[in-house]
Design a protein around this ligand. Structure first.
Ligand SMILES: Cc1cc2nc3c(=O)[nH]c(=O)nc-3n(C[C@H](O)[C@H](O)[C@H](O)COP(=O)(O)O)c2cc1C
Length: 308
C-alpha cells in the first residue's frame, strides 16, 4: 500500500480525522496501538494564512506520527497554496483535503462536502495543493455525494485523481445523511473500482476484525476508523485487550500524554470527553462518568480511574 512514494505495511488501518477528539495525545496513543496513519483534526487554510492562534495546537505532532498527515479545509485554491507555503505545514508528509465535512457552518462557505457540488473548484484545489506541496502526496477525503439521490462519488474520485490526488478516503454516507443510518460499503467499492490510486474506505468500523474483513470484501487498499477508535485506541492492535486493568493502563497513559502536550487545565478538559468514551465501554460507570465531567484537576482524574 503506497500513498505517493510513502510505503505502508498491510493491513492499512488508519485513524480518521476527528475534530474535537483527534488531538495530538489521542493520535499518539492510536499510533502506540498500531494505527497505520493518524490525521490531524481539520485545519482551516484561512485560519492558517491569517495566523489564527487556535490552529497552532491542532498542528502539534507526536514523535511517533511518521509519516504524518495534516487535513486542511477551505474553498479557495489560493488560500491552500498560501497555507502550504507556511513553515507551520512544512513538517507534514501528507496533505489531506477535507471534502466531506457536512456541518452547515462549513458547507455554507463552500467548504468541506460542499465541494462535492463543485467538481471544477474541488479539482482546482487539488491542483493548487499538488503544485504547492513540494512533491508531498496530496489526498482527498469525501463522501458518497452531497444529496442522497445523487451519489456521484466514483466520478468525483476520478476527477480528484486526474487533478493529482494520490489517494482517496471515502466515507460511505452522503452529506445529507450526516452521521446517521449505516455506511454504504457497496458504494465505497464502486469508488475503489473507479480509480487506480488507493481508496481508503470509511464508515462504521467497530473492531479490528471488521476492518480486515472490509478491506478484503470491498476492494479497498485500506480503511479508516473514526468513532470506533474514540475511547478504544487499542482497536488498531492485533489483539484487543478487554480487561479492566488494561483499560486503566490505557487511560492513564492517555492522561500522561495529554499532560505532556497541553497545560493542565486544557489536558483535563480534553481528557474528560475521552474518559467518558472510555468509561462507556465499562458497565456500571454512569455515576463515575457524571463525576468525571466535573473534575478540574489531573490528579483527581487519575484517582477516579484508579477507582474503576
Ligand atoms: C466528532 C467527529 C469529528 C469529525 N471530524 C472530522 C474532520 O475533522 N475531518 C474529516 O474529514 N472528517 C471528520 N469526521 C468524520 C470522520 O472522519 C469519519 O469520516 C466518520 O465519522 C465516519 O467514520 P466512522 O463511522 O468510523 O466514525 C468527524 C466525525 C466525528 C464523529
Amino acid at each position: 500500500m503506497k500513498i505517493g512514494n510513502i510505503q505502508f505495511a498491510r493491513p492499512f488501518i488508519s485513524l480518521a480525522p476527528l475534530a474535537g477528539y483527534g488531538d495530538v495525545a489521542f493520535r499518539r496513543i492510536c499510533r502506540d496501538y498500531g494505527a497505520s496513519l493518524t490525521v490531524t483534526e481539520m485545519v482551516s487554510v484561512k485560519g492558517l494564512v491569517y495566523g489564527n492562534e487556535k490552529t497552532e495546537i491542532l498542528l502539534r505532532l507526536a514523535g511517533n506520527e511518521t509519516p504524518s498527515c495534516v487535513q486542511l479545509f477551505g474553498s479557495e485554491p489560493d488560500f491552500f497554496c498560501r497555507a502550504l507555503s507556511l513553515p507551520a505545514l512544512s513538517g507534514f508528509d501528507i496533505i489531506d483535503i477535507n471534502m466531506g465535512c457536512p456541518v452547515p457552518k462549513v458547507t455554507k462557505c463552500g467548504e468541506g462536502s460542499a465541494l462535492m457540488l463543485e467538481h471544477e473548484r474541488a479539482a482546482d484545489i487539488v491542483r493548487a495543493c499538488v503544485s504547492a506541496a513540494g512533491g508531498r502526496p496530496v489526498t482527498v477525503k469525501h463522501r458518497l455525494g452531497y444529496y442522497d439521490e445523487n451519489k456521484n462519488a466514483p466520478e468525483f474520485a476520478a476527477k480528484m485523481q486526474e487533478a493529482g490526488a494520490a489517494a482517496i478516503t471515502v466515507h460511505g454516507r452522503t452529506t445529507k445523511q450526516g452521521y446517521g443510518g449505516v455506511a454504504d460499503w457497496d458504494e465505497i467499492a464502486r469508488v475503489a473500482r473507479a480509480v487506480t490510486v488507493p481508496v481508503i474506505g470509511n464508515g462504521d468500523i467497530s473492531c479490528r476484525e471488521d476492518a480486515e474483513a472490509k478491506i478484503a470484501e470491498y476492494g479497498c487498499a485500506g480503511v479508516a476508523v473514526g468513532r470506533g477508535a474514540i475511547g478504544n485506541p487499542d482497536i488498531f492492535a492485533d489483539e484487543t485487550q478487554t480487561s479492566r486493568e488494561t483499560l486503566k493502563e490505557i487511560i492513564k497513559k492517555h492522561i500522561s500524554y495529554a499532560l505532556e502536550y497541553f497545560p493542565p487545565a486544557v489536558a483535563v478538559r480534553t481528557m474528560r470527553k475521552h474518559l467518558c468514551k472510555y468509561l462507556s465501554r465499562v458497565r456500571g460507570t454512569k455515576q463515575l462518568r457524571l463525576y468525571v465531567n466535573t473534575v478540574t484537576d489531573a490528579a483527581e482524574l487519575i484517582k477516579a480511574v484508579n477507582e474503576l
